[in-house]
Design a protein around this ligand. Structure first.
Ligand code: CP
Ligand code: NVA
Length: 290
Protein backbone atom coordinates (compact mmCIF):
# COMPACT_ATOMS: atom_id res chain seq x y z
CA UNK A 1 0.00 0.00 0.00
CA UNK A 2 1.27 3.50 -0.80
CA UNK A 3 2.27 5.48 2.30
CA UNK A 4 0.88 9.01 2.45
CA UNK A 5 1.71 11.88 4.80
CA UNK A 6 -1.48 13.87 5.36
CA UNK A 7 -1.04 14.38 9.10
CA UNK A 8 1.49 13.63 11.83
CA UNK A 9 -0.89 10.91 13.02
CA UNK A 10 -0.09 9.02 9.78
CA UNK A 11 3.54 8.70 10.87
CA UNK A 12 3.17 7.34 14.37
CA UNK A 13 5.90 7.61 16.97
CA UNK A 14 8.43 5.63 14.91
CA UNK A 15 7.76 7.55 11.71
CA UNK A 16 8.31 10.90 13.41
CA UNK A 17 11.59 9.71 14.97
CA UNK A 18 12.74 8.23 11.66
CA UNK A 19 12.06 11.41 9.66
CA UNK A 20 13.95 13.46 12.26
CA UNK A 21 16.93 11.10 11.92
CA UNK A 22 16.78 11.35 8.12
CA UNK A 23 16.50 15.16 8.35
CA UNK A 24 19.74 15.30 10.33
CA UNK A 25 21.57 13.00 7.95
CA UNK A 26 24.18 14.73 5.80
CA UNK A 27 23.77 12.41 2.81
CA UNK A 28 20.52 10.71 1.85
CA UNK A 29 21.71 9.84 -1.65
CA UNK A 30 19.56 10.60 -4.69
CA UNK A 31 16.33 8.64 -4.21
CA UNK A 32 14.55 11.06 -6.56
CA UNK A 33 17.12 10.82 -9.39
CA UNK A 34 15.29 11.20 -12.71
CA UNK A 35 11.95 11.60 -10.91
CA UNK A 36 9.45 14.42 -10.62
CA UNK A 37 7.63 15.85 -7.58
CA UNK A 38 4.40 17.79 -8.16
CA UNK A 39 3.93 20.79 -5.86
CA UNK A 40 0.32 22.02 -6.08
CA UNK A 41 -0.44 25.27 -4.22
CA UNK A 42 -4.00 26.54 -3.71
CA UNK A 43 -2.68 29.11 -1.20
CA UNK A 44 0.41 31.36 -1.14
CA UNK A 45 3.73 30.17 0.30
CA UNK A 46 7.29 31.38 0.83
CA UNK A 47 8.86 28.75 3.08
CA UNK A 48 7.05 25.63 1.95
CA UNK A 49 7.49 26.15 -1.77
CA UNK A 50 11.16 27.08 -1.55
CA UNK A 51 12.13 24.45 1.02
CA UNK A 52 10.33 21.73 -0.92
CA UNK A 53 11.82 22.74 -4.28
CA UNK A 54 15.33 22.75 -2.83
CA UNK A 55 14.79 19.49 -0.94
CA UNK A 56 13.66 17.78 -4.17
CA UNK A 57 16.76 19.08 -5.98
CA UNK A 58 19.02 17.88 -3.14
CA UNK A 59 17.53 14.39 -3.50
CA UNK A 60 18.24 14.39 -7.23
CA UNK A 61 14.69 15.06 -8.43
CA UNK A 62 12.83 17.72 -10.41
CA UNK A 63 10.14 19.83 -8.67
CA UNK A 64 7.22 21.13 -10.73
CA UNK A 65 5.38 24.10 -9.14
CA UNK A 66 1.68 24.11 -10.06
CA UNK A 67 -0.75 26.87 -9.10
CA UNK A 68 -4.02 25.52 -7.77
CA UNK A 69 -6.11 27.09 -10.53
CA UNK A 70 -4.03 25.40 -13.24
CA UNK A 71 -5.21 21.93 -12.24
CA UNK A 72 -8.45 23.16 -10.64
CA UNK A 73 -8.75 20.54 -7.87
CA UNK A 74 -12.44 19.69 -7.69
CA UNK A 75 -13.34 22.40 -10.22
CA UNK A 76 -11.67 21.70 -13.57
CA UNK A 77 -11.64 18.01 -12.67
CA UNK A 78 -12.10 15.99 -9.53
CA UNK A 79 -9.36 15.78 -6.90
CA UNK A 80 -9.16 12.05 -7.65
CA UNK A 81 -8.61 12.64 -11.39
CA UNK A 82 -5.94 15.28 -10.68
CA UNK A 83 -4.10 12.75 -8.48
CA UNK A 84 -4.35 9.96 -11.05
CA UNK A 85 -3.07 12.31 -13.76
CA UNK A 86 -0.13 13.75 -11.82
CA UNK A 87 0.83 10.22 -10.70
CA UNK A 88 1.55 9.40 -14.37
CA UNK A 89 4.49 11.83 -14.25
CA UNK A 90 5.59 12.27 -10.65
CA UNK A 91 6.86 10.06 -7.81
CA UNK A 92 5.39 12.21 -5.01
CA UNK A 93 2.30 14.46 -5.21
CA UNK A 94 2.52 17.30 -2.70
CA UNK A 95 -0.35 19.75 -2.24
CA UNK A 96 -1.35 22.80 -0.17
CA UNK A 97 -5.14 22.85 -0.15
CA UNK A 98 -8.11 24.84 1.14
CA UNK A 99 -9.97 21.67 2.12
CA UNK A 100 -8.23 18.74 3.83
CA UNK A 101 -10.88 16.49 2.28
CA UNK A 102 -9.26 17.00 -1.13
CA UNK A 103 -6.03 15.41 0.15
CA UNK A 104 -8.04 12.45 1.46
CA UNK A 105 -9.72 12.05 -1.93
CA UNK A 106 -6.33 12.12 -3.66
CA UNK A 107 -4.82 9.62 -1.20
CA UNK A 108 -7.74 7.23 -1.70
CA UNK A 109 -6.81 6.67 -5.36
CA UNK A 110 -3.20 7.74 -5.86
CA UNK A 111 -0.61 5.08 -6.66
CA UNK A 112 2.03 7.62 -5.53
CA UNK A 113 2.48 9.13 -2.04
CA UNK A 114 0.41 12.24 -1.26
CA UNK A 115 2.21 14.81 0.92
CA UNK A 116 0.28 17.52 2.77
CA UNK A 117 2.02 20.90 2.41
CA UNK A 118 -0.68 22.55 4.63
CA UNK A 119 -4.42 22.15 4.76
CA UNK A 120 -7.10 23.82 6.85
CA UNK A 121 -6.60 20.91 9.30
CA UNK A 122 -2.90 20.04 9.45
CA UNK A 123 0.61 21.27 8.71
CA UNK A 124 2.78 18.20 9.29
CA UNK A 125 5.91 19.48 7.51
CA UNK A 126 5.91 22.47 9.85
CA UNK A 127 5.65 20.30 12.97
CA UNK A 128 8.60 18.16 11.86
CA UNK A 129 10.74 21.30 11.45
CA UNK A 130 9.51 22.52 14.84
CA UNK A 131 10.67 19.33 16.56
CA UNK A 132 14.03 19.44 14.81
CA UNK A 133 14.47 23.03 15.97
CA UNK A 134 13.60 22.13 19.57
CA UNK A 135 16.10 19.29 19.40
CA UNK A 136 18.84 21.62 18.14
CA UNK A 137 18.08 24.29 20.75
CA UNK A 138 17.75 22.01 23.79
CA UNK A 139 19.68 18.90 22.73
CA UNK A 140 16.52 16.82 23.19
CA UNK A 141 12.81 16.78 22.41
CA UNK A 142 11.68 14.28 25.02
CA UNK A 143 10.72 16.14 28.17
CA UNK A 144 10.98 19.55 26.45
CA UNK A 145 8.38 22.00 27.78
CA UNK A 146 6.70 23.82 24.91
CA UNK A 147 4.07 26.52 25.38
CA UNK A 148 1.87 27.38 22.39
CA UNK A 149 -0.04 30.65 22.81
CA UNK A 150 -2.91 31.87 20.63
CA UNK A 151 -5.16 30.08 18.13
CA UNK A 152 -4.98 26.56 19.56
CA UNK A 153 -7.34 25.07 17.00
CA UNK A 154 -5.46 25.71 13.77
CA UNK A 155 -3.38 23.53 11.45
CA UNK A 156 -0.05 24.41 13.08
CA UNK A 157 -1.29 23.81 16.63
CA UNK A 158 -2.91 20.48 15.71
CA UNK A 159 0.21 19.09 13.98
CA UNK A 160 2.49 20.41 16.73
CA UNK A 161 0.31 18.73 19.36
CA UNK A 162 0.43 15.37 17.59
CA UNK A 163 4.18 15.64 16.98
CA UNK A 164 4.97 16.72 20.55
CA UNK A 165 2.89 13.87 21.91
CA UNK A 166 4.70 11.26 19.80
CA UNK A 167 8.10 12.74 20.70
CA UNK A 168 7.40 12.83 24.44
CA UNK A 169 7.50 16.62 24.78
CA UNK A 170 5.18 18.40 27.23
CA UNK A 171 2.96 20.83 25.33
CA UNK A 172 0.71 23.39 27.04
CA UNK A 173 -1.63 25.33 24.74
CA UNK A 174 -3.08 28.63 25.97
CA UNK A 175 -6.15 29.81 24.09
CA UNK A 176 -9.66 31.09 24.79
CA UNK A 177 -12.73 28.92 24.57
CA UNK A 178 -13.66 28.31 20.95
CA UNK A 179 -9.99 28.19 19.89
CA UNK A 180 -9.04 24.82 21.36
CA UNK A 181 -8.47 21.37 19.90
CA UNK A 182 -11.55 19.16 20.20
CA UNK A 183 -9.41 16.38 21.55
CA UNK A 184 -5.87 16.97 22.74
CA UNK A 185 -3.37 14.14 22.20
CA UNK A 186 -1.73 12.43 25.20
CA UNK A 187 0.65 14.75 27.06
CA UNK A 188 -0.97 17.94 25.72
CA UNK A 189 -2.71 20.30 28.17
CA UNK A 190 -5.05 23.15 27.18
CA UNK A 191 -5.39 26.17 29.47
CA UNK A 192 -6.97 29.63 29.37
CA UNK A 193 -4.15 31.72 30.85
CA UNK A 194 -1.09 32.49 28.68
CA UNK A 195 1.10 33.19 31.73
CA UNK A 196 0.23 29.80 33.24
CA UNK A 197 1.20 28.15 29.94
CA UNK A 198 4.61 29.81 29.57
CA UNK A 199 5.83 29.49 33.18
CA UNK A 200 8.77 27.07 33.18
CA UNK A 201 8.67 26.71 29.39
CA UNK A 202 11.76 25.93 27.31
CA UNK A 203 10.06 27.19 24.16
CA UNK A 204 7.25 29.71 23.57
CA UNK A 205 5.52 29.26 20.20
CA UNK A 206 2.82 31.20 18.40
CA UNK A 207 1.13 31.38 14.99
CA UNK A 208 -1.13 33.89 13.25
CA UNK A 209 -4.60 34.56 14.60
CA UNK A 210 -6.16 34.63 11.12
CA UNK A 211 -5.08 31.67 9.03
CA UNK A 212 -5.29 31.60 5.23
CA UNK A 213 -8.94 31.11 4.33
CA UNK A 214 -10.26 32.72 7.55
CA UNK A 215 -10.03 36.35 6.38
CA UNK A 216 -13.79 36.92 6.76
CA UNK A 217 -13.49 36.18 10.52
CA UNK A 218 -10.64 38.65 11.03
CA UNK A 219 -12.47 41.15 13.27
CA UNK A 220 -13.83 38.54 15.66
CA UNK A 221 -10.56 36.61 15.84
CA UNK A 222 -8.43 39.67 16.60
CA UNK A 223 -10.82 40.67 19.39
CA UNK A 224 -11.04 37.16 20.88
CA UNK A 225 -7.28 36.56 20.82
CA UNK A 226 -6.04 40.04 21.83
CA UNK A 227 -4.97 38.81 25.26
CA UNK A 228 -2.73 36.13 23.72
CA UNK A 229 -0.10 38.37 22.04
CA UNK A 230 3.45 37.18 22.71
CA UNK A 231 5.20 40.33 23.89
CA UNK A 232 8.17 41.09 26.14
CA UNK A 233 5.91 40.95 29.21
CA UNK A 234 4.82 37.39 28.45
CA UNK A 235 8.36 36.32 27.57
CA UNK A 236 9.49 37.69 30.96
CA UNK A 237 7.32 35.02 32.57
CA UNK A 238 9.43 32.41 30.73
CA UNK A 239 12.96 33.71 31.35
CA UNK A 240 14.73 30.65 29.90
CA UNK A 241 12.53 30.15 26.86
CA UNK A 242 13.39 30.37 23.19
CA UNK A 243 10.78 31.87 20.86
CA UNK A 244 9.44 30.05 17.80
CA UNK A 245 6.93 31.01 15.08
CA UNK A 246 6.15 29.02 11.92
CA UNK A 247 5.95 32.32 9.96
CA UNK A 248 4.65 34.38 8.27
CA UNK A 249 4.42 36.57 11.39
CA UNK A 250 1.84 39.32 11.64
CA UNK A 251 3.92 41.66 13.75
CA UNK A 252 1.82 43.67 16.18
CA UNK A 253 -0.90 41.02 16.21
CA UNK A 254 0.16 37.63 17.67
CA UNK A 255 3.77 38.75 18.29
CA UNK A 256 5.64 42.01 18.75
CA UNK A 257 8.67 43.24 16.80
CA UNK A 258 10.71 43.17 20.00
CA UNK A 259 10.13 39.43 20.53
CA UNK A 260 10.72 38.59 16.86
CA UNK A 261 14.02 40.50 16.87
CA UNK A 262 15.22 39.41 20.32
CA UNK A 263 18.20 37.08 20.74
CA UNK A 264 15.74 34.50 22.11
CA UNK A 265 14.02 34.24 18.76
CA UNK A 266 15.04 31.18 16.71
CA UNK A 267 12.54 31.71 13.90
CA UNK A 268 15.11 31.84 11.08
CA UNK A 269 16.75 28.62 12.17
CA UNK A 270 13.24 27.15 12.34
CA UNK A 271 12.57 28.37 8.77
CA UNK A 272 15.83 26.84 7.52
CA UNK A 273 14.88 23.55 9.14
CA UNK A 274 11.85 23.39 6.84
CA UNK A 275 14.28 22.39 4.08
CA UNK A 276 16.03 19.72 6.14
CA UNK A 277 12.80 18.13 7.30
CA UNK A 278 11.26 18.38 3.80
CA UNK A 279 14.26 16.37 2.60
CA UNK A 280 13.75 13.87 5.43
CA UNK A 281 10.03 13.53 4.72
CA UNK A 282 10.51 13.09 0.96
CA UNK A 283 13.24 10.49 1.51
CA UNK A 284 10.96 8.67 3.98
CA UNK A 285 8.11 8.62 1.44
CA UNK A 286 10.59 7.17 -1.11
CA UNK A 287 11.36 4.34 1.32
CA UNK A 288 14.75 5.55 2.57
CA UNK A 289 15.45 4.61 6.22
CA UNK A 290 18.31 5.86 8.41
N1 CP B 1 5.42 28.24 7.60
C1 CP B 1 4.96 28.12 6.33
O1 CP B 1 4.38 27.11 5.93
O2 CP B 1 5.24 29.20 5.55
P1 CP B 1 4.67 29.45 4.09
O3 CP B 1 3.19 29.64 4.21
O4 CP B 1 5.39 30.68 3.60
O5 CP B 1 4.99 28.25 3.24
N1 NVA C 1 -2.00 28.83 10.41
C1 NVA C 1 -1.36 29.48 9.29
C2 NVA C 1 -0.04 28.84 9.00
C3 NVA C 1 0.75 29.46 7.87
C4 NVA C 1 2.01 28.74 7.59
C5 NVA C 1 -2.26 29.45 8.08
O1 NVA C 1 -2.87 28.40 7.81
O2 NVA C 1 -2.37 30.45 7.38
Amino acid sequence: MTGHLLSIADLGRDGVAEILRLSESADLGRPLAGKGVALVFQKPSARTRNSMEMAVVQLGGHPVYIQGHEVGLGARETAEDVARTLACFHSVLAARVMDHGDLEKMAAVSPRPILNMLSDRDHPLQALADLLTVKQLLGRVEGARIAYVGDGDNNVARSLAEAASFAGAELVIASPEGYRLGQAPEGVRQVEDPVEAVEGADVVYTDVWVSMGQEAERGRRLADLARYRVDEGLMAAAPDAHFLHCLPAHRGEEVTDAVMESPRSAVWRQAENRMHTARGALAWLMGVRA
